[in-house]
Structures are given as structure tokens and as C-alpha cells.
Design a protein around this ligand. Structure first.
Ligand code: GAR
Length: 215
């Protein structure tokens, strides 16, 4: 049975686009993006969804009294859509435990640093790259991980590094990490999940070999 994927977005949606393109090339066997849920109607990612013929929805924090209430609304929507995998692709609303209880080891996030560096509350988007440059690291990169209650601290699925160049600005570093890391890692991780190739034990994720087809 194909796994039904919902992608949650807040902004430009370049990671969503990478998933749509990978799906178009047949690189996500066993999975299908059935919904894009945005935290704001202004998210350009909704245009990308429309362009790909994927239904778009908006669930905005400002329409709910608490983080718990918005999470509950989200879980209801995901259940209505019969979703198996939730992908946070630049989703900037803090969610509460109701989501991770409903979807244990089935919520994936992409973060633009090598976790556990430059992550946690308040560390998102361009801020991550500003902090990396201020610190003077010589490599940075991206991490795809399962989401748990603790921000950016769930089991790591895939990581990829790039070199920081002396002339880098937050914007150039962000772009290099997106192009060389994020847009490759996220579709790979989603494909592995959809083929049941991720085994989680405590913090450790093991990538299982591909299943051989029965004759
Ligand atoms: C991406 O760089 C993603 O890794 C980051 O936001 C950007 C969204 O870009 N996510 C976080 O910082 C989460 N903590 P996109 O909308 O073009 O995919």
C-alpha cells in the first residue's frame, strides 16, 4: 500500500519542490504527496502545490487560542486525509505532543545545520546560517530527523556537510546547503521511509537494505 504523505510548509517551499520533482522522476516509490498544509495563506509553497495538482490547506496558529489547539486541528486534518507520513519542510509553527503521539516516528523534519549544532528554539531559517558564520565553523550542512517533543532533538536519519567559504554570507551559505544538501537529503529520507527502510531504536536510526522483489 502506498504511503500517503502530507508536507507542512510556511514559506517559499523549495524543499516541497524538491519532493514534488523527486516524485515526478519516480524517486519516491511507495509514497504519494496527497496534501500540502501551510501555516499561512501567503506561503508561496501553496502555489507550488497548486502547480503540481496537490490539494493545499491552511492551518494558521493565529486562528487558534494555543499551540495545543492548533496541533489538535492539524492532527484532525491529517487523520481526515488518512496520512501516514508528515514532512515538516520549512514549517515554522511550534507543535505540541499531540502530533508526535498520533504519529510516532512518522514525522520528519529538515533542519539546515549539522544537528546538534545551531538548532533548537529560535534557530531556524537564515538565523541558523548567521549563527554558524558567527561561530566560525568550517563545515555546515543539513540534517533530516524524526521529530519528537524536544525541538530538533529526535533521531537523525540523514546528514550531509558542505564546506564554509571565507567569503560566505548567510544567504550564500543557505543557498549552498539547500542545493547540495537539503534538496537531496529530504527526498532520500522520504523515499527510505516509504519503503519501510528506517528502523528506529532509541536515538539510533538504521537504514535497512532494499527489499528484494518476490519472483
Ligand atoms: C529550509 O532551509 C529549511 O531547512 C529551514 O527553513 C528553510 C525553508 O525553505 N527549516 C528550519 O530552519 C526548521 N528549523 P523552503 O520553504 O524553501 O523549503
Amino acid at each position: 500500500m502506498s504511503k500517503r504523505i502530507a508536507v507542512l510548509v510556511s514559506g517559499g517551499g523549495t524543499n516541497l519542490q524538491a519532493l514534488i520533482d523527486a516524485q515526478g522522476r519516480g524517486e519516491i516509490p511507495g509514497g504519494e504527496i496527497v496534501a500540502v498544509i501551510a501555516s499561512t495563506p501567503e506561503a508561496y509553497a501553496l502555489e507550488r502545490a497548486k502547480g503540481a495538482g496537490i490539494p493545499g490547506y491552511v492551518i494558521a496558529r493565529s486562528d487558534y487560542p494555543s499551540a495545543q489547539a492548533v496541533t489538535q486541528a492539524l492532527v484532525e486534518q491529517l487523520r481526515d486525509l488518512d496520512v501516514h507520513l508528515v514532512v515538516l519542510a520549512g514549517f515554522m509553527t511550534i507543535l505540541t505532543r499531540e502530533l508526535f503521539q498520533a504519529y510516532e516516528n512518522a514525522v520528519i523534519n529538515i533542519h539546515p545545520s549539522l544537528i546538534p549544532s545551531f538548532c533548537g528554539k529560535g534557530c531556524y531559517g537564515l538565523h541558523v546560517h548567521e549563527k554558524a558564520l558567527e561561530y566560525g565553523v568550517k563545515v555546515s550542512g543539513a540534517t533530516v530527523h524524526f521529530v519528537t517533543e524536544e525541538c530538533d532533538a529526535g533521531p537523525i536519519i540523514l546528514q550531509k556537510a558542505v564546506e564554509v567559504q571565507p567569503e560566505d554570507t548567510p544567504e550564500t551559505l543557505q543557498r549552498r546547503i539547500m542545493e547540495q544538501c537539503e534538496w537531496k537529503l529530504l527526498p532520500q529520507a522520504v523515499a527510505l521511509f516509504c519503503q519501510d527502510r528506517l528502523a528506529v531504536e532509541g536515538r539510533i536510526v538504521t537504514i535497512l537494505p532494499p527489499k528484494t522483489q518476490a519472483m
